[in-house]
Write a protein that binds this ligand. Structure first.
Ligand code: SF4
Length: 237
């Protein structure tokens, strides 16, 4: 295959314990357009609203919202390049790595801090996805450094956790004539910045899997491929 295009988030999939090289090979050979993939738009709407809250808060108070303060003094938001610009081509592997961080902040010392919002409660499920997010954010740092966001002093996640408890006393606070309000509580998580160590080997791994002439074996304990085998056997029988 010629040049490979991959997002920092998809690159993060290679770091998950249940990563399947077979599924990955198929996805990459279908230009990442698999059937039955429906992603509800509500999460990107909430991410976009969170970014508006941060930016409007900074415009009004000249400081970031308090729930970001656990990451230290992040300074001011700077313009995040569109994903059509926030990309690099790795010359060793001819892989185009792209992405679009939710926020880039510039601290008073001139360094940059990159964050991504996740609309979710920080639970064990989210914890299991952490290896993917670590690579995603390090991928952004890898691209950012090569695009002039230098030095980068930190990366982190901000979980915007929907507050779903409700008592009768609170009801009137959230009721509107045409619907209701729901609040979100920020939970921040600083991640280890190790872009230069982690990203190049993963790009090499992508190239080595995608260049295989046929799909490699899948995960032994994945039930989906077993179901597919059963279906094929039924059709043959
Ligand atoms: S083993 Fe599972 S994850 Fe791998 S290709 Fe088959 S369905 Fe996909």
């Amino acid at each position: 295959m010629g040049q490979i295009r991959i997002s920092a988030k998809d690159l993060g999939g290679l770091a998950l314990p249940n990563f399947c090289p077979r599924c990955f090979w198929v996805r990459m050979h279908c230009a990442n357009k698999l059937p039955f993939q429906i992603f509800p738009g509500i999460f990107s709407s909430i991410d976009s609203y969170t970014k508006k809250i941060t930016s409007v808060h900074f415009a009004r108070y000249n400081r970031l919202p308090l729930w970001l303060s656990k990451l230290g003094n992040l300074g001011k938001p700077v313009k995040v390049p569109h994903y059509s610009q926030f990309r690099i081509v790795d010359q060793n592997t001819d892989i185009l790595l792209w992405g679009m961080p939710d926020e880039i902040f510039q601290r008073e010392d001139g360094s940059y801090f990159i964050i991504d919002y996740k609309t979710a409660k920080f639970t064990q499920t989210q914890d299991r996805l952490l290896p993917m997010y670590e690579v995603q954010l390090n991928g952004y740092a890898y691209i950012g450094r090569r695009q002039g966001f230098h030095p980068i002093s930190g990366i982190g996640l901000v979980y915007m956790q929907p507050q779903t408890d409700l008592t009768q006393d609170e009801l009137d606070l959230f009721l509107k004539e045409d619907g209701f309000l729901m609040s979100f509580a920020g939970h921040v998580l600083s991640l280890k910045l190790e872009a230069e160590q982690r990203i190049p080997p993963l790009l090499q791994k992508v190239r080595s899997i995608v260049d295989l002439a046929s799909p490699p074996p899948g995960n032994q304990d994945c039930s989906d491929c077993k179901l597919l085998d059963q279906l094929i056997q039924m059709m043959k029988g």
